[in-house]
Design a protein around this ligand. Sequence first.
Ligand SMILES: Nc1ncnc2c1ncn2[C@@H]1O[C@H](COP(=O)(O)OP(=O)(O)O)[C@@H](O)[C@H]1O
Ligand SMILES: [Mg+2]
Length: 241
Amino acid sequence: MVTRISTGVHSLDAMLEGGVPEGFFIAIVGEPGTGKTVLSLHFIHQGIVDGDKCIYVTTEEDRESLLDQVGRFGWNWEPFIGKRLIIIDALKGQEDPWSIQDMDIELLISKVIEAKKALGYGRSRLVIDSISAFWLEKPAMARKYSYLVKRVLGKWGFTAYLVSQYAVTTMFAFGWGVEHIADGVIRFRRKISGGVLKRYLMIEKMRNTRHDKRIYEIDITDRGLVILNPADLDIEHVTSI
Ligand SMILES: Nc1ncnc2c1ncn2[C@@H]1O[C@H](COP(=O)(O)OP(=O)(O)O)[C@@H](O)[C@H]1O
Ligand SMILES: [Mg+2]
């Protein structure tokens, strides 16, 4: 029997038979500015609302920027920090207890476990935004590192979002490894149409789930990510333009 947990975006839950299966490791992939971080913030916010233990690892923007972003959505996370939520900020110096001093996968794993122990028992959610930052300089390690993360952190019972960037120049996913180990893949796309940026989301893979297979146009507003309509968009090869 699969237990599903809410993504925090109710129309996305409906595309997933109710939510993502507990314990899954889900790759969130796509080009810059398409909504990966916003989707991850929804996932953590829903965790806070549900009383889950939440860990957010940020390598792209600092803790204050994330708290500002969620503030724009009308959410105040500050009272939950240290209780239900720890934001591990890779951009902070060593004076910050919840930082990582190096983009090192072993340091990341041990810091996440330390955070989990600090938060204590309970259903837990993890976001690593982004996991590809840990193999930026050694893309050949992507697959090995992804396995390591899943093997070690999988034992801790997390339901996890592993965010993966594309290289802007080539549009190839650094996260080639992560998509292969993932139990699910949610992919974002973007297109310029009529001179306007459009964003799309598709569930490409979700084990154990009869998921929606259409590509949806999405929008990001002051209420966060909104799923609009299915789009008539043909993409032949999803990792290149
Ligand atoms: N409050 C808001 N209202 C409208 N758009 C927003 C708002 N907050 C963020 N955005 C949009 O979201 C984009 C960033 O999305 P993000 O999830 O951070 O992208 P990424 O895929 O790189 O993680 C911004 O470029 C902006 O277009
Ligand atoms: Mg981001």
